[in-house]
Ligand binder design. Structure first.
Ligand code: FEO
Length: 170
């Protein structure tokens, strides 16, 4: 059974993951409006991953006989200055999410809740990936600079991204 404090914190994380999905969907919409459908694809996949993350928390709370409470999702931006600005924002966002996951681990340890701590370790590892994959695109965009051809090539590459089985919660 989850403690009240842990349950509130885990529910907040469902909201944070859904908010992440909303942010990435807004980024997908921005790219699609800019005719960068490969970048848009990358963001759509990212949004689906975030839904998968939210559902992991959802299922875990239920398994621990807790109660899922869904709160309103904060509004997200619609415009960015450039593809680089979008990915810099994505990278910064993932750093923030890593901080939230670490706070949850600290709380689980405080509460001596080893099951929740164990569950959270998947997210600790996942956040390393999440930060690295956003940062990789930031670095590529910096290399590309103002090159339209570079952007075109990168758009094609990001269009190849597919949803991993793990992200679907399998
Ligand atoms: Fe659910 Fe991108 O962290």
């Amino acid at each position: 059974m989850l403690s009240d404090k842990m349950q509130v914190a885990m529910n907040k994380q469902i909201n944070a993951e859904l908010h992440s999905a909303y942010i990435y969907l807004a980024m997908a919409a921005y790219f699609e409006a800019e005719n960068l459908s490969g970048f848009g694809n990358w963001m759509r996949i990212q949004a689906q991953e975030e839904l998968g993350h939210a559902m992991r928390f959802f299922d875990f709370i239920n398994e621990r006989l807790g109660r899922v409470i869904l709160e309103p999702i904060e509004a997200v931006p619609a415009e960015w200055d450039s593809p680089l600005a979008v990915f810099e924002a994505a990278y910064k966002h993932e750093q923030k999410i890593s901080g939230l996951i670490h706070d949850l681990v600290n709380l689980a340890l405080e509460e001596k809740d080893h099951s929740t701590n164990s569950f959270l370790q998947w997210f600790v590892d996942e956040q390393v990936e999440e930060e690295a994959s956003a940062d990789a695109v930031v670095q590529q965009l910096r290399l590309v600079g103002d090159s339209g051809y570079g952007l075109f090539v990168l758009d094609r590459e990001l269009g190849q991204r597919q949803l991993g089985a793990e992200a679907e919660g399998e």
